[in-house]
Design a protein. Structure first.
Length: 222
């Protein structure tokens, strides 16, 4: 995969984690923070790390932000700095802007400023954890928007030997079986005669309520 250039403004816990992971993937990553210690901590990890103020448009311009593919604004509790930095990055013409929000009101403001993605980390992680705690068979899930999710279920013993066309489990319009993984082998959901084994990773597409009902049924029958 072709590497891309990322600028991460705000190198606290969230920002430094994002920046470090992007760098580990082989991308060019510029880290920016007003705190000298935060910058020094990542100096050997990132492609570049500089001390600068995200509220200062000229400083961001001098740092070459306009040439970056993506900007991630991870400034924490300083609402004014977060908003001003978003405006500055937008004015510099960065193609894609992701911003960390503090709350839902802040989320609305950032969306109106033109941020491509607004993140509420604590809320999103909390929802993710709650989903997995509620359904122990859920290994992971991804929200696709408009109420739809893809969920990775660990196949329990009760589904051992069941085919993907089994009407008691899968022949419903509310859920769609995308397929399942068995170790390194993938079986498409179009293969209606494929049968499941305990421990397989089953991928289902559907709305939250229907996926939750499926998980509850699994727990009840297990």
């Amino acid at each position: 995969m072709k590497s891309r250039s990322f600028a991460v403004i705000g190198l606290g816990t969230f920002g430094s984690t994002v920046a470090s992971e992007l760098a580990n993937f082989g991308n060019h990553v510029l880290g920016i923070d007003v705190n000298e210690q935060n910058v020094a901590r990542l100096a050997d990890t990132l492609s570049e790390a500089i001390i600068a103020d995200g509220k200062d448009e000229s400083a961001l311009k001098e740092a070459g932000l306009a040439d970056y593919d993506v900007a991630i604004i991870a400034i924490g509790e300083d609402l004014e700095a977060n908003i001003l930095c978003t405006m500055n990055i937008k004015l510099l013409g960065v193609e894609t802007i992701w911003v960390k929000a503090l709350n839902k009101t802040h989320h609305r403001i950032l969306s109106r400023l033109g941020a491509d993605r607004v993140i509420l980390p604590e809320q999103e992680v909390g929802q993710h954890i709650a989903q997995m705690l509620h359904n122990p068979q859920v290994r992971d899930y991804v929200s696709l928007g408009n109420g739809f999710h893809v969920v990775d279920f660990k196949v329990p013993e009760v589904l051992e030997g069941k085919s993907l066309s089994d009407p008691d489990w899968f022949n419903h319009g509310e859920l769609r079986v995308l397929g399942f993984m068995r170790e390194s082998q993938y079986f498409s959901g179009e293969n209606q005669q494929a049968t499941l084994k305990e421990g397989d990773k089953l991928l289902l597409l559907g709305k939250r309520a229907n996926l939750r009902q499926f998980g509850d049924t699994l727990r009840a029958r297990s």
